[in-house]
Write a protein that binds this ligand. Structure first.
Ligand code: SF4
Length: 93
């Protein structure tokens, strides 16, 4: 590791949210690399309130103010295609 903190919008594997020492904690949401996703729906089985197979035939992530971290961390760990990550998004004020 270079010691530089990840910037907003950088996908992370599991771990704590990146906090900006000058502001509120960064929000994060799950993100699916659809180019790698096999649509096995394993993430949906583990966390149906967040993941679903959408009408267009691709996995979708629900828009929520907060996400169940433990269930999503488990889905990330068990994703057979390794295409599920946390994505840091804009901070809230
Ligand atoms: S577990 Fe991974 S490969 Fe399976 S549907 Fe979810 S994101 Fe796609």
């Amino acid at each position: 590791m270079t010691g530089r903190p990840p910037k907003e919008g950088v996908a992370l594997r599991t771990g704590a949210a990146i906090a900006d020492p000058a502001g509120p904690p960064a929000k994060r949401r799950p993100d699916i690399d659809l180019s790698q996703c096999s649509k096995c729906q394993g993430c949906e089985a583990l966390c149906p309130e967040v993941f679903c197979l959408g009408p267009g035939g691709y996995m979708e992530v629900a828009d929520r103010d907060e996400y169940p971290e433990a269930a999503i961390d488990e889905a990330i760990a068990k994703c057979p295609e390794d295409c599920l990550t946390w994505l840091n998004t804009e901070t809230t004020t």
